[in-house]
Design a protein around this ligand. Structure first.
Ligand code: KIV
Length: 272
């Protein structure tokens, strides 16, 4: 008798748009390596973002700007190997799509070819629409990112809430509609007033995934190191910590050090 394993139903961009239609919220978390992505995928997450926040949490940089295309491809490749169900989106790093649309397309093609991810994400609206169009025309699914855009930190100088003024809010809505009209399958909205988040979600048909954009959007995303409490110094209002892994890891490492010093590790059963 042969045993057939039930195939896992993969999350696709189509599944995400159906979720919005049905009012089912989308869950998204970042991951940057195989082991973490495997756990996140097995827990049932809808979307895994290989965020350029890897620059901060994996490499210890102050901003997301230094991370390179090769480094994003390295992280993306590791995550894709682990994901059996989740849709995997890889961030395009700073400097790989803003210059011109031809360069944007070749960067996006490298990500798709070398990582086997499902989609790419980039930051911006009207300013980068040519790049978005060109990437989409090659059949590559694109997720937008508006509101606080960490790759533009040097333009704004702070990570404070964006689009509090009417003019910036109107531009944000127009950019979201532009990205939708171009063919993006979803948009991340970062750190904007909740009322505006809901307004954007209601003004487009594609899913809006928020991070600090309130509960009126179509889904939520957090950086895994923040929500697990591995990072300790970063505490914005929007962040809910589901664990204090920093304390647990330090406790476990402390016990290991004590055991090694006391020669209680390894014991008889732990050696050959
Ligand atoms: O890089 C990242 O982790 C992100 C999320 C904050 C959405 O873009």
């Amino acid at each position: 008798m042969s045993v057939h394993k039930k195939a896992i139903k993969r999350v696709t961009t189509h599944v995400l748009s159906e979720m919005k239609l049905k009012g089912e919220k989308i869950s998204m978390l970042t991951s940057y390596d195989y082991s973490m992505a495997k756990l996140v995928d097995e827990a049932g997450i809808d979307v895994i973002l290989v965020g350029d926040s890897a620059s901060n949490v994996m490499s210890g940089n102050e901003t997301t700007l230094p991370i390179t295309l090769d480094q994003m491809i390295y992280h993306g490749t590791s995550v894709v190997k682990a994901a059996n169900r989740a849709l995997v989106v890889v961030d395009m790093p700073f400097g790989t799509y803003q210059g011109n649309s031809k360069e944007a397309l070749s960067s996006a093609i490298r990500i798709m070819k070398e990582t086997a991810a499902d989609a790419i994400k980039l930051e911006g609206g009207k300013e980068i629409i040519e790049s978005v169009d060109r990437i989409l025309s090659a059949g590559i699914p694109v997720m937008g990112h508006l509101g606080l855009m960490p790759q533009s930190i040097h333009k704004y100088g702070t990570y404070t809430v964006r689009a509090k003024q009417d003019e910036e809010a109107a531009k944000l809505i127009a950019d979201a509609q532009l990205l939708e009209a171009a063919g993006c399958f979803a948009i991340v909205l970062e750190k904007i007033p909740a009322e505006l988040g809901q307004k954007v979600a209601e003004s487009v048909k594609i899913p809006i995934i928020g991070i600090g954009a309130g509960s009126g959007v179509d889904g939520q995303v957090l950086v895994i190191h923040d929500m697990l409490g591995i990072t300790q110094e970063f505490s914005p209002r929007f962040l809910r910590r589901y664990h204090n892994l920093a304390a647990e890891i330090k406790g476990a490492v402390g016990s290991y050090i004590e055991d090694v010093k006391a020669v209680s590790f390894p014991n008889e059963r732990e050696q050959y």
